[in-house]
Design a protein around this ligand. Structure first.
Ligand SMILES: Cc1ncc(COP(=O)(O)O)c(C=O)c1O
Length: 414
């Protein structure tokens, strides 16, 4: 997928628009499965939260992936995309017992990350196999918001609570069939990953009937050319070796599971927006574009650094710009960035727009959420229409209070 393809797509479907390169997604999936080709039972459960468009879920399914979900709605989307319930793992945090029971009824693999729910669920449904999410107390990840395996994190059951956990398992007679961890996103150092894996192995030894070990995800992907990334091939080599040793010790060939989001879809995504205005001030030159943090919140939320290219003038003179959105609060995508000379009407493309971009989009400022396009072998497929005015009103109930007569309230359906 090149710049000309993106320009054509923006012309056909309007801007801003999210575009996903199916071939890149396929390539990443194969890269991961090749890195772990020494594992007999490998399961790659795509983390739906990264990008949950049904066409993307179907693509993952056709590649042979399972699905990692965090809400009953994601489970239902997965079923709609054609995944078997047994191919779906449900790893919620802080949800109600009722929702977990509903998901169990749908047949997905339940993963529980706190003792209170474990005890209640085990008491009521001792026959439903459950995976345990542990908190290995490892500080890893690119940003405090996405480092989730440390001691202050709300995620997982502390490894120091394993004696209590074992007591619950014994008392309820429930069956623990998997142990899971996810320590954070953007983990560069594979030694950190391997260190956390040892904690997972140590925990796993204490459970007799395991079927799988889930190492979560968190692989760091490059955000620009030459950027550092997790060495997935080296991790594959080292972890495969350790996993085999563990299985031998455990006395059973287990399944090794991962649940990558970013690794599979981040680099496949481009977000294309049009420059509405060039505004020169005393301190900088702003390029104001036809989108904002309502559509791409990661730079404002995490300080994520999405590279921005001027695809309308890629060979232009390099100048410094601050790229800002149209939202009525500070809405900065990039400050003082080198970009080839921008004119009003040019199209800018944001890289790494596949993961946690559209899925975090909102209607803030009453703007429509953008269209999504899946590009495969030279063809652009619209996989989500841009919203229209009716979408903003959908589900709103139009109540006109007559403030002059307190008894009268008229309700009309929008
Ligand atoms: C439990 C769990 N698994 C998997 C993922 C996917 O992580 P990543 O996108 O870094 O691969 C996340 C991300 O937040 C997560 O919370």
């Amino acid at each position: 997928m090149n710049d000309q393809d993106l320009i054509k797509i923006a012309k056909e479907f309007g801007s801003p628009v999210y575009v996903y390169d199916a071939e890149k997604i396929i390539g990443q999936y194969k890269r991961l499965t090749n890195a772990f080709s020494g594992i007999k039972q490998l399961k790659v459960n795509y983390a739906a939260k990264a990008l949950s468009n049904i066409s993307i879920l179907k693509l993952m399914k056709s590649l042979g992936a399972g699905l990692d979900t965090v809400s009953i709605q994601e489970v239902k989307l997965g079923l709609k995309a054609g995944f078997e319930p047994s191919q779906i793992i449900y790893t919620p945090n802080g949800v109600s017992l009722e929702e977990i029971e509903e998901v169990a009824q749908l047949g997905a693999q339940i993963n529980i990350d706190n003792l209170s729910i474990l005890e209640q669920f085990g008491t009521r449904h001792p026959k439903v196999p459950v995976c345990i999410r542990i908190n290995p107390h490892v500080m890893a990840g690119g940003n405090t918001n996405i480092s989730v395996g440390h001691i202050d994190s709300k995620f997982g059951i502390s490894i120091h609570q394993i004696p209590h956990l074992l007591r619950i398992v014994e008392n309820t007679g429930m069956n623990i069939n998997g142990i899971h961890m996810h320590t954070g996103s953007d983990i560069l150092d594979i030694e950190v990953f391997l260190y956390a894996s040892e904690i997972l192995f140590n925990t796993a030894k204490q459970f007799k009937d395991l079927e799988f070990l889930d190492f979560g995800s968190g692989f760091k992907v490059p955000y620009k050319e030459g950027d550092i990334e997790t060495n997935i091939e080296e991790l594959g080599e080292k972890l495969t070796l350790r996993f085999h040793e563990f299985c031998e010790e455990y006395g059973k060939e287990l399944t090794l599971a991962f649940e990558p989001g970013k690794f599979l879809v981040s680099e496949a995504g481009q977000f294309v927006a049009k420059v509405n205005v060039i505004k020169q001030t005393t301190s900088t030159v702003f390029a104001g574009i036809d989108t904002g943090f309502n559509h791409l919140i990661r730079p404002m939320l995490y300080g994520a650094n999405h590279s921005i290219r001027n695809i309308s003038n890629p060979g232009g003179k390099i100048r410094f710009y601050s790229v800002v959105g149209y939202i009525c609060e500070t809405d900065t995508f990039a400050s003082n960035k080198r970009i080839s000379e921008i004119s009003e009407g040019d199209l800018l493309s944001f890289s790494n727009a596949g993961a946690y971009c559209f899925t975090m989009a909102s209607n803030y400022n009453s703007r429509y959420r953008p269209a999504e396009v899946l590009f495969y072998k030279g063809e652009a497929h619209l996989i989500r229409k841009r919203e229209v005015f009716e979408d903003l009103l959908r589900n709103q109930v139009d109540v006109s209070l007559d403030v002059n007569d307190k008894k009268k309230v008229s309700v009309s359906k929008s």
